[in-house]
Design a protein around this ligand. Structure first.
Ligand code: SAM
Length: 496
């Protein structure tokens, strides 16, 4: 019922295919005109510009002081998916019993499909110019012929799982939209939606005015004291706040929204000058400056703490020196114990591995990762996580201290792995760090190319960009593996 994911790599969404092929720049102008004239979207101090690295993005046209609202989009215009049902448009297409089995992004995909094929209006506003502004294709690994150039087996597992999951979801709705359209919608959702436990509704001044009126009447007509009235008013006010703020947070009513026009803001992990928030009193979503932004600078926002694994898999780009980047090493059970023993000059004593196994510190095998349910590019295999911010997982250092402990250290620690949370002595600590470093060095040496070779290659590709037929995918793969190798090297240096 559908072809393999990788074949139509440069697909054009049906949306664009049925339209005369105007350049994205024209569509951008149409989007801006629409935002201003039809959608009641307010903008100030920014312009939409295109850059080769990140596509379209918002740029400051003048110096913007901190805390200025740059864009304000009425909340009636956003595409929203929350809870397990709906949105209602989707339930017009697909039976609710099926809708309920789908994750938020699949429901968002169906919603986008509904808007493009059935009725392009949201709250009575025709959003076609916004639909036309969406990217026609994605460069995420899901569309790549091979992921070998990433030199990161973990990503192959993660993308295989993504493909399997998405195919299963599509099977539920294949009567309504093609695989290509389904994937296109899911990717729009994954790369353009914000999430959060947003308020249940907008500020409704009428409740508060009415309460004030009641209080005035109550006191004015001598029906009770001001204190009694205030208690009554307190209940009204707090019930309303409860509904808007507390309840959604408490029950984790996660809400996902795509906000037209604000969805053109690009990501920067650290130092972004923009911020998206829900303006309770204005009942609008806004893009505002969180600090002063110099004229000409891009107004970026943070999509959250995203590793390059997540950024590449779901957004199709790689961030340089990403402070949230991670490296997933094979699980401890797959480490080369013999080499570690040699490098430390210690033998792993009998029974230690079994102890770690029972404590669940050895992880599972990579093959098992694919069967576990895990939406994000996270670590289903129990691999050893290395973070740019904090280095190697402290639980792994703990396990290594215990693993390499002498019989004496082991008995001093009452044979309990829990007593290895902190370093036990300098020699044991030295061994644990050598072990970690050895695993990291071995990981680095397994790569088909070195960091230096990759950097030279990338420079060459960049300088000959037009002359070569290097694709976006080739660039991304090299950028990605450079960042991973940098992270491994940094962590090795920290362990010296
Ligand atoms: C919410 S959209 C932002 C608008 C997008 N640039 C466009 O042209 O439609 C997210 C997408 O923008 C691109 N993007 C965002 N931040 C980026 C960055 N720092 N570097 C490269 N591309 C980025 C990625 O393609 C990502 O999937």
């Amino acid at each position: 019922y559908h072809s393999s994911v990788s074949s139509p790599r440069r697909r054009v969404s049906p949306l664009q295919a049925t339209k005369p092929r105007v350049g994205r720049q024209n569509r951008v102008q149409e989007l801006l005109d629409w935002a201003k004239n039809t959608a009641d979207i307010k903008a100030g101090g920014i312009e939409l510009k295109s850059s080769p690295e990140s596509g379209l993005g918002w740029f400051a046209t003048r110096t913007i002081p901190a805390n200025s609202v740059l864009l304000s989009v009425p909340s009636a215009l956003v595409l929203s998916v929350e809870g397990t049902d709906g949105p209602p448009q989707v339930e017009k297409l697909v039976d609710r019993s099926i809708v309920r089995t789908l994750p938020w992004y699949a429901r968002m995909s169906l919603y986008l499909h509904y808007l493009s094929e059935k009725d392009p209006t949201i709250s009575g506003v025709n959003v076609q110019p916004w639909l036309d502004s969406l990217p026609a294709q994605f460069d995420t690994p899901l569309h790549w012929d091979s992921l070998k150039e990433l030199q990161y087996p973990y990503m192959e597992v993660a993308v295989a799982k993504q493909k399997k999951d998405w195919e299963a979801y599509h099977r539920q709705v294949q009567g309504f939209l093609s695989w290509e359209d389904f994937v296109w919608g899911c990717e729009c959702a994954r790369s353009r939606a914000f999430s959060g436990a947003y308020s249940g509704g907008a500020f409704n001044p009428r409740i508060y005015v009415f309460t004030l009126l009641l209080v005035t009447l109550y006191v004015g007509l001598n029906l009770g004291t001001l204190e009694q009235a205030a208690n009554g008013a307190g209940v009204v006010v707090s019930a309303s706040i409860l509904k808007d703020f507390v309840v959604p947070k408490l029950f984790k009513q996660q809400r996902y929204i795509i906000c037209p026009v604000i969805d053109m803001a690009n990501h920067q992990s650290i130092g972004s000058g923009g911020e998206v928030s829900f303006e309770y009193f204005a009942n609008a979503y806004s893009l505002a400056s969180s600090k002063e932004i110099p004229a000409g600078k891009e107004v970026t926002i943070s999509y959250g703490q995203r590793s390059n694994d997540q950024l590449l898999q779901y957004y199709g780009f790689v961030e340089q020196d990403n402070p949230n980047d991670v490296y997933i090493l094979p699980a401890l059970r797959e480490w080369d114990i013999e080499t570690i023993e040699k490098k430390c000059g210690r033998k792993v004593a009998a029974g230690r591995l079994a102890k770690l196994e029972r404590a669940g510190l050895l992880g599972s095998t990579v093959e098992n990762a694919a069967v576990e349910s895990n939406e994000e590019a996270a670590n289903a295999a129990g691999g050893v996580v290395v973070k740019r911010g904090s280095g190697i997982d402290p639980a792994v250092l703990q396990a290594l201290r215990a693993l390499l402990s002498t019989d004496e250290e082991w008995s001093v620690a009452s044979e309990a792995i829990g007593n290895f949370v902190e370093p036990v002595n300098s020699e044991n600590e030295r061994c644990a760090r050598i072990a970690a470093r050895t695993a990291l060095e071995q990981e680095l040496s397994k790569k088909a190319t070195t960091l230096e070779e990759d950097e030279t290659l990338l420079q060459r590709m960049e300088s000959m960009k037009k002359a070569t037929d290097a694709s976006v995918e080739d660039f991304l793969a090299i950028q990605f593996r450079i960042e991973k190798k940098k992270l491994l090297q940094e962590t090795i240096d920290r362990l010296r």
